[in-house]
Design a protein. Structure first.
Length: 223
C-alpha cells in the first residue's frame, strides 16, 4: 500500500517508520529542506522516500504521484494546512482514504467529509478520553469518532449495579447497528461471543452509530 504523509515532524516520521516496518511504501512531504537534509543524512526513518515540497500545492502533489496513493495522512502542526491537503487529496486526486491530525480541538468540527477527511484524530480529545476511561466506572466514554461522528468507539467500565452485569451478551439486546468488539477483564482481552457473560469491572468496548449510542448507554449503564 502506498502511503503519503504530509508533515515530516516527530509525528510524521514516527508514523512513516512504523508503516514502512509493516511493509508499506511510504512517502513524506516536508517543506523544510534543512530538516529533510538532516533526516536523510541520519537515514531516518529507514526506507522512506522524502520530498521537499508544499503539500498544499496541487502541482507538488501531482509530481509526487498522489493519484497513486492509497492513503494520505495530513499530520502537520497546522490545522489549516492539514485541511487543505486533505481536500486536495480527496477532490483532485480521489485518494481512497484520508486521515488528518487535529491540533486545536476547537477546529475539530471542520475535519469532516466536506474537507475530504475520512478520519480525524484529535490528540487532546483522545488523551482526555483515555484519562476519563482510566478513572470512570459506570459511565460511557467516547474513545474515537469515525465518519464525521456518525460512528464511534465507546468504552464502559461496568459498575456492580449495571443492568449488563452477570448477563450474557446475546441476552442484552444490543441494537443491530452496534457491535461489542472487545471485553477487557483482569488485563486480558476477551473477544466476545453471544454466550460471553459480562462481569462487574469489565471494560466493554462497543462500536456504535449516532443512532444507537443512547440505547447502548442504557443497556450498559442503566442511564
Amino acid at each position: 500500500m502506498k502511503v503519503v504523509i504530509a508533515g515530516g515532524g516527530a509525528v510524521g516520521t514516527f508514523i512513516a517508520g512504523e508503516l514502512h516496518e509493516a511493509g508499506h511504501e511510504v512517502h513524506i512531504i516536508e517543506q523544510d529542506g534543512d530538516r529533510v537534509t538532516r533526516m536523510l543524512k541520519a537515514g531516518e526513518p529507514v526506507g522512506v522516500e522524502w520530498h521537499v515540497a508544499d503539500a498544499c500545492e496541487v502541482n507538488s502533489l501531482r509530481v509526487i504521484g498522489l493519484a497513486d496513493a492509497d492513503v494520505v495522512a495530513a499530520v502537520t502542526g497546522d490545522d489549516e494546512d492539514n485541511l487543505v491537503t486533505s481536500l486536495l487529496a480527496k477532490q483532485e486526486f480521489a485518494v481512497p482514504r484520508v486521515v488528518a491530525r487535529v491540533n486545536n480541538p476547537k477546529n475539530e468540527w471542520m475535519f469532516n467529509e466536506n474537507w475530504g477527511v475520512d478520519v480525524s484524530v484529535s490528540t487532546p480529545h483522545l488523551l482526555t478520553a483515555l484519562v476519563e476511561e482510566a478513572v470512570s466506572v459506570g459511565s460511557l466514554v467516547r474513545l474515537l469518532s469515525f465518519e464525521g461522528g456518525r460512528a464511534s468507539l465507546i468504552e464502559v467500565t461496568l459498575a456492580g449495579d449495571s443492568p449488563a452485569t452477570d448477563r450474557d451478551v446475546v441476552d442484552l439486546g444490543f441494537p443491530r447497528d452496534s457491535t461489542v468488539v472487545a471485553v477487557l477483564r483482569n488485563d486480558h482481552v476477551i473477544v466476545p461471543r453471544g454466550d460471553t457473560r459480562l462481569q462487574a469491572g469489565d471494560e466493554v468496548l462497543v462500536l456504535v452509530t449516532a443512532d444507537s449510542i443512547d440505547e447502548v448507554r442504557e443497556i450498559l449503564t442503566g442511564a
